[in-house]
Ligand binder design. Sequence first.
Ligand SMILES: [Zn+2]
Length: 265
Amino acid sequence: MILTAENYYSQEANREYMSVSQYKTLFGTFGKVACEARAIAELNGEWEQEKTTALLVGSYVDAHFEGTLDLFRAQNPELFTKAGQLKAEFRKAEEIIARIERDSYFMKFMSGQKQVIMTGEIGGAKWKIKVDSLIPDVCIVDLKVMKALRDVFRTHDAEYMGFVEYWGYDLQGAVYQEIVRQNTGKTLPFFIAAASKEKEPDIEIIQIDDAHLKECLIGIESNVPKALALKSGAYQPIRCESCDYCKHTKILTSPIHYTDLMMGA
Ligand SMILES: [Zn+2]
């Protein structure tokens, strides 16, 4: 299967290739519990990831830098109010874009080839990636629009971390760096070009060092056989019982104890 901008997110492509988002649904991140059942339901077309406003804002900014904003606006009528005005969240996106464009260092990182699709092999599976800005022989850049850049998150083990690790963007960097290496023969540094939706948008170019990416890659490689087994239907996927998919499909058979409500809190 040859991947294009049109079929990149198709069910067929998701069945044939692993992607970072599929991996994160299967194995979770610090910030989001894994749900094998949801990942498999998405592959089977039984569940669709909700197009949240937060996701759309990110896509809006991506589309701007890709030069496809007109098309994006035409394809997403939900960006506008009934009166035809851009909704507040997307006016904020416009403000973030203007802030980014005012910074020439940030813009250097956004000057690469946009939305570059590549495929490769990790851990015995075929993978697909789509790079926001690839500067050949120089670096790999992923653009992220976040609520804030300096929020500190606390994990269940009482560890503190920033948004990059919490949401598994380091895993994304590891996969991108490896697949670009397989396609170009070069190990390029990975950067997150980040902007915030705060009242005054914050901006940073954030590097994830190669040593950390290598560590992430080793972890991913060891998980891939399980992902392939799940995707082939070799065993029953585990339900997380906390995501929207699990809430939507759960069937009650017995009461729970009142203290069970605090499980996982
Ligand atoms: Zn679930």
